[in-house]
Design a protein. Structure first.
Length: 202
């Protein structure tokens, strides 16, 4: 092997080693500057580690995007006596979203009051109640075929939805979950008090 080839290989080796050293230093500096960055993927509570299809276009939505917020999960229906609660839920979302609240609606035909297609449901929610909060595609919310999210909610609270517009309030860190019956409306004092309490938590 020629002297020139040996020199080139040595130079290449030095360059690679230097670049690797810089990369390690940058990784260390990044972790020091942003200590939570390395663990960002673990910040999502287990209860939100699910993917659901969005109602309007059926595109997959990772619920971890709502990690760190107070989340209200509610199973909905278009032909129910509690359907007007859509209006109160939208008002709730509009009032508190800047403070870290999100309402997630899950249409369900488990109680035979949501027979329409996802598109018809989306049109109904928007045109009738001006719903802007995130809505997911039709979902099974109780029984052995329930979506994993609702299985977890039932397990954690010891209560599955007993009717449409059953509500679960999940704390920012996912460690606390409160269940509210369909009879408890979005403007109910006890419901609002629980939301405000959770919003005040870090």
């Amino acid at each position: 092997m020629s002297t020139k080839s040996i020199h080139i290989r040595r130079t290449y080796g030095v360059v690679v080693s230097t670049l690797m050293g810089v990369g390690v230093w940058l990784a260390w500096a990044f972790s020091v500057a942003l200590p939570g960055a390395a663990h960002a993927t673990t910040a999502c509570p287990t209860v939100l580690q699910h993917t659901h299809l969005r109602l309007q276009d059926e595109k997959p939505q990772n619920l971890c995007q709502y990690a760190g917020q107070v989340v209200v999960v509610v199973n909905t229906a278009s032909y129910c006596g509690f359907t007007p609660q859509y209006k109160g839920l939208e008002s709730l979302y509009s009032r508190y979203k800047s403070k870290g609240l999100v309402v997630l609606g899950f249409p369900s035909n488990d109680f035979s009051q949501e027979p329409d297609s996802n598109q018809k449901i989306a049109d109904f929610c928007e045109n009738t109640f001006g719903v802007k909060f995130p809505m997911m595609a039709k979902t099974t919310v109780r029984g052995p075929q329930a979506a994993p999210l609702f299985q977890q909610l039932a397990l954690r609270t010891e209560t599955a939805p007993k009717w449409n517009f059953y509500k679960y309030v999940i704390s920012r860190d996912g460690k606390e979950i409160k269940a509210f019956s369909s009879m408890t409306g979005p403007t109910d004092r006890t419901f609002l008090a629980e939301i405000e309490r959770m919003l005040q938590q870090p």
